[in-house]
Write a protein that binds this ligand. Structure first.
Ligand SMILES: [Zn+2]
Length: 213
């Protein structure tokens, strides 16, 4: 069971929550960049002056390098979310995993001139091979404490679920590949403000560095 749920830290230490006792949370968006949803989200985040972290898939950065650059130009953070985001990522050897992680960092560096230190495993799966690969890559594994729409639930259900379950220090997992992402995130941002929550960047919440020097 140890490889199923990232929050358990059974094989691999992943940061899943800030230690914050104050009402601060961080937003993370996985699986992009997406050609239309990511730009719309960037506009929304600018409107609310919120900084987020985008865990990008290497092949998507290759397809949409200008969108990856606009994430950085808007002062958000980019993290590594593997190259293929294969459902079978957990079956790879540590050598293959490291290769995929390094390849993705190379693509991100080539296009955005940054070297990500933060890695989120595809599907949140962790195992001893990944532990080894991450250690060798020198990256930091990032999980989450609150997830939104991993399965394609109705927009209203997701909105309610986020608001009902938010706690201080949460790392919130969202996706910039879901059609209703902008609608859901705007509703959430409005609620967060009303509820007295501040959205801070992931590096600030966890007091860690996002990039290599
Ligand atoms: Zn993902």
């Amino acid at each position: 069971m140890g490889s199923i749920k990232i929050g358990w830290n059974y094989f691999l230490y992943s940061h899943c929550k800030g230690e914050s006792n104050i009402k601060e949370i961080a937003l993370t968006f996985d699986d992009g960049p997406h050609p239309s949803i990511t730009p719309n989200l960037l506009k929304l985040l600018a409107k609310y002056n919120v900084k987020a972290t985008f865990f990008c898939v290497g092949k998507n950065v290759e397809s949409y390098p200008e969108i990856a650059r606009s994430i950085i130009n808007n002062n958000h953070i980019i993290g590594n979310h593997s190259y293929f985001h294969s459902y079978y990522f957990d079956l790879l050897s540590s050598y293959q995993m490291k290769k995929e992680i390094t390849h993705t960092n190379d693509i991100i560096y080539k296009n955005c001139r940054i070297k990500p230190k933060l890695f989120r495993p595809p599907y949140g799966v962790t195992n001893p091979m990944l532990k080894k690969a991450i250690k060798k890559s020198g990256l930091t594994s990032i999980g989450w404490s609150l997830r939104s729409f991993d399965t394609y639930k109705a927009t209203e259900v997701v909105k309610k679920r986020l608001k009902k379950n938010t706690k201080p220090g949460d790392i919130v997992l969202l996706h910039d590949t879901v059609d209703d992402a902008v609608v859901i995130v705007e509703d959430y941002l409005i609620w967060l403000k009303e509820a007295g929550y501040k959205v801070v960047s992931l590096d600030r919440l966890l007091k860690i560095k996002s990039y290599e020097d």
